[in-house]
Ligand binder design. Structure first.
Ligand code: DGY
Length: 326
């Protein structure tokens, strides 16, 4: 009998057709709306595998309600929504889609950095709202990106790809990461600094570390107080790493100059959130990896990983390899 799998978001037909060759597939039929938690729990009761998005909270109670579940294949590199320890204890293999979204997310990070630096969304609104009367010497002036100092917090794959882009802009790049990366330092000419040094000397500060207990609200009041008033914060990692109330205060009080945010503590962020009222904030709806090609690659990879793990083969990106190897 084919294993039963539940897919938590409508995916393109060719992706689902591939999955259906080896699995009995049930799917939440909306592309835009996340599956409600009670529906998800109900569907998991009979499922052997799940293909999930980062919008599902897969905590202990969800896992305990899924007696047959053997594999969770998540279409994302981040997996902070999954209780990995409980999944491992219950012998549920957890797999993600690393690598394939690195360059696309680095592109978006850089685009956001440039949008904040040169006030592109503000300038576009200015034109479309008919406010443009004449060329003016200081009209919508922003900050130079070329030659500026870029701080990268978290030099993983995406951080490294951002550093590579920064070289083309003659930026000085320094980073703070859990693990020092001498090979990347040598290859890209980036410099390792303490967390405090990076935040205190950057013109642009990119938050690219994973969200863990240790990084929760790591960028808070104390950190903002150390930043340069001209610093612009770019977050394409996870919203929870930045204390959003402290960020708002830092922006309003001029402790920093701007922010580009692709991720938020609550997603979607409410339109009346104070941060969205500030012109120096550029906000995007978590689209770091959203190129057509990359999202399709992620979807197919999530299928490949799900099928492989259900067949007892260890997929390359398993987050708890001990489950399938034991
Ligand atoms: C991820 O993969 O974790 C991103 O946040 C979405 O692509």
């Amino acid at each position: 009998m084919k294993p039963r799998v539940y897919v938590t978001r409508k995916l393109p037909d060719d992706v689902i057709e591939r999955l259906a060759q080896t699995c009995h597939v049930r799917m939440w039929e909306s592309e835009e709306e996340a599956v409600p938690r009670d529906v998800f729990i109900e569907e998991l009761k009979a499922a052997d595998g799940a293909l999930t998005m980062l919008t599902e909270q897969i905590d202990r109670s969800v896992l305990e309600a899924a007696p047959n579940l053997r594999v969770i294949s998540q279409m994302a590199v981040g997996y902070n929504n999954i209780d990995l320890a409980t999944a491992t204890a219950r012998k549920v293999a957890v797999v993600n889609t690393p690598g394939v979204l690195t360059e696309t997310t680095a592109d978006l990070t850089f685009a956001l950095l440039m949008a904040v630096a040169r006030r592109i969304p503000e300038a576009e609104r200015f034109v479309k709202e008919g406010k443009w009367k004449t060329w003016a010497p200081l009209l919508l002036t922003g900050a130079d990106v070329h030659g500026a100092t870029l701080g990268i917090l978290g030099l993983g794959r995406i951080g490294e790809a951002v550093a590579k882009r920064a070289r083309g802009f003659d930026m000085t790049v320094h980073y703070y990461s859990r693990t020092r990366k001498p090979d990347v330092e040598e290859k890209l000419g980036v410099q390792y600094r303490s967390f405090d040094e990076v935040i205190a000397t950057s013109d642009f500060l990119c938050v690219l570390m994973p969200y863990t207990k240790e990084t929760y609200q790591l960028i808070g009041r104390e950190a903002f107080a150390k930043m340069k008033p001209s610093c612009r914060l770019i977050n394409t990692g996870r919203g929870e790493i930045v204390d959003e109330e402290a960020l708002y205060d830092a922006l309003v009080q001029g402790e920093i100059a701007g922010a580009g945010l692709d991720v938020f503590t609550e997603e979607p962020i409410s339109t009346d959130h104070p941060l969205l009222q500030l012109p120096q904030v550029v906000a995007l709806p978590h689209i770091g990896s959203a190129s057509v090609a990359t999202r399709m690659t992620m979807a197919h990879m999530a299928v490949d990983h799900l099928v492989a793990a259900l067949q007892g083969k260890a997929p390359k990106a398993q987050l708890n390899p001990e489950v399938l190897t034991s």
